[in-house]
Design a binder for this molecule. Structure first.
Ligand SMILES: [Zn+2]
Ligand SMILES: [Zn+2]
Length: 110
């Protein structure tokens, strides 16, 4: 899949509604027609995560821009924003790895 982007990694066309993206304003990260993101980025940053509970933050940056076709962040393996919003095709969707319950082999004897 090839996605055309501007030099600043903004897509040229909204992936959701196909509106043309012309704004190069660094603060304009979302489509003005449908509200979907127009630049891919990692969702493991402090912008999306408080850092409490779940996973510690891997990024010192608040934002970590990715290529539009990246489904996962190459740095921390978090889902990309486009992946999370279902804007790109993901060949290998993340399978939650659930730790098997620790088997102690029965109650210990005392
Ligand atoms: Zn749109
Ligand atoms: Zn990341």
């Amino acid at each position: 899949m090839k996605i055309e982007t501007h030099e600043n990694k903004y897509v040229k066309q909204c992936l959701n509604c196909e509106s043309e993206v012309t704004s190069m304003n660094e603060e304009h990260l979302f489509c003005t027609q449908c509200g979907f993101p127009i630049r891919n980025e990692c969702t493991g940053t402090s912008k999306f995560n408080s850092g409490y509970g779940n996973e510690p933050l891997t990024h010192e940056e608040d934002e970590y821009p990715l290529e539009p076709t990246d489904a996962f962040c190459p740095k921390c393996s978090a889902e990309s924003l486009f992946n999370q919003r279902g804007l790109i095709e993901v060949k290998y969707p993340r399978v939650e790895i659930i730790n098997p319950p620790v088997s102690s082999g029965g109650e210990p004897f005392y």
